[in-house]
Design a protein around this ligand. Sequence first.
Ligand SMILES: C[S@@+](CC[C@H](N)C(=O)[O-])C[C@H]1O[C@@H](n2cnc3c(N)ncnc32)[C@H](O)[C@@H]1O
Length: 165
Amino acid sequence: MVLKPEPIYDAYRSIVDGLEEKPKVIYLSPRGNVFNQQKAIELSKEKHLILLCGHYEGVDQRVIDEIVDEEISIGDYVLTGGELPAMVVIDAICRNIEGVLNNESIQDESFNNGLLEYPQYTRPEVFMGRRVPDVLLSGHHANIEKWRREQSEKITRERRPDLIK
Ligand SMILES: C[S@@+](CC[C@H](N)C(=O)[O-])C[C@H]1O[C@@H](n2cnc3c(N)ncnc32)[C@H](O)[C@@H]1O
């Protein structure tokens, strides 16, 4: 089964008619470019976005050709529908819209600076015999920064060497 073009086109028109600027239309699809942090940041700058979710075999190609600007996949696997991919994309984009989170909480996160994040710790100082690393309790900000950077590089080298240029 394939989703017919007319209802999708009518829904699209009911949104865009009367708008001054045509919103970017994204079709969630396993054939699309694989979504990543860079794309999330890029899309967070758009004023409006329309996300088109397929089902069954997908969407009639003619309406894709008529209204879609870009196809995005959330990974190399097939889901039943585009709704979960749309939620993933919405969440990743919204975190990057100014004012949604405080700037510090997103600056150090994985994929910003092309690295995975360093290990995080909180209280208590000892849990099941495992201690928070001494450097994090030292209060020495430069050493803490250095330790975090080294940990990020080590974890990225081990887990995602493809991210290191
Ligand atoms: C069962 S899938 C269709 C798969 C399609 N026949 C193919 O082989 O590429 C139904 C819908 O789920 C969505 N979908 C499934 N996997 C996806 C993925 N990895 N990324 C984004 N959307 C996906 C798309 O909207 C797709 O139209």
